[in-house]
Design a protein around this ligand. Sequence first.
Ligand SMILES: *Cc1c(COP(=O)(O)O)cnc(C)c1O
Length: 406
Amino acid sequence: MSTADEIARLPEPTAGRFGEFGGQYVAETLMPAIGELEVAWRRARADATFWSEVDALLADYVGRPSRLYHAQRLSADVGAAVYLKREDLNHTGAHKINNCIGQAVLARRMGKRRLIAETGAGQHGVATATVAALFGLPCEIYMGAEDVVRQALNVERMRLLGATVHPVESGTRTLKDAMNEALRDWVTNVGDTFYLIGSVAGPHPYPWMVRDLQSVIGREARAQIHAQAGRLPDACVACVGGGSNAAGLFAPFVADTSVRLVGVEAAGDGVATGRHAATLGAGRVGVLHGSKSYVLTHEDDARMGQIAHAHSISAGLDYPGVGPEHAFWKVSQRATYVSRTDDQALAALERLARTEGILCALETAHAIAALDEVAAIVGKAGIIIVGLSGRGDKDMVTVAQRRSGS
Ligand SMILES: *Cc1c(COP(=O)(O)O)cnc(C)c1O
């Protein structure tokens, strides 16, 4: 089956929404840009030549397909057959490049000459700067001033790749403020600018488009598990920040009702402490960055209802919102969402390192930390696919500090 045919089988939003979630809660001035993007995306999505361009770059440049690796020692330890979908082996070391390649091909088709993006930890900024260099397009990245300091190495990477990094001084000086600033840039420069959003967040059509572009993870995994195990898995497990790697893994399995879908959020210091990023588990329905979904809000003071600060040891899960399709999967009970603390993620990172010789990202480690719970449900003969969203090199300083207790 061609990619365009596979994509056509994925669930589509209705009137820009997944159930009640999603939509386009943006300023009037942004509506023409979003409308133009939606028309271009619908056309590209159904066009085989768009997908052959994307697929060629994913193969030649990113190194796809990524391996689906049967992790035998981890399987024995967990008590179920665990297969790791190795997005850490992609060029740039994580899944984010899949989405950036697709949106850059779309930007070129739309005749846009300038890429902008928001970034939190800097991973999406680096992936965007990478494709901007590959396509020869100027690139400007909005990043909270706080994050610019905390993620100095990624800032240096972006600058080496030729991008301009704008520190954002407003609000909490983190990701949500960077995203607001990028939206403001887009409103001002709609004519020549493409806004490349990094997760399944933002106004329609972004959550849909980013999920389709990341669905290469699940489309490959589905074919690979058939070839390697001769059947569908019993469960798919992935970490959830904005939700793009999880949505990309889950979407091609959504119609297979026998497959459990388990998203793992960051519980930070523990959900009860208030210092966490478990948006689906402990948040409430609200609007953030142009779409209706679950959000984290202040509940106990004069700021009640305002967006709260998220916390996680993994910068990539540290977002107070989540993609609207996950909200839909949660309320329709198609997927289950659990959370794991910083300490549990660290222990899982060590466990994967020692059983399989793989150093995963701290984000990914949250998914590994949920394996015992999922294995208890699917049993010894069960098959679990885990989205191994990224490699751990970027996190080694954080891990070393935690382990030495500083
Ligand atoms: C950014 C990132 C995540 C979280 O983003 P999602 O959109 O939820 O996938 C997870 N893992 C890694 C390695 C990341 O870089």
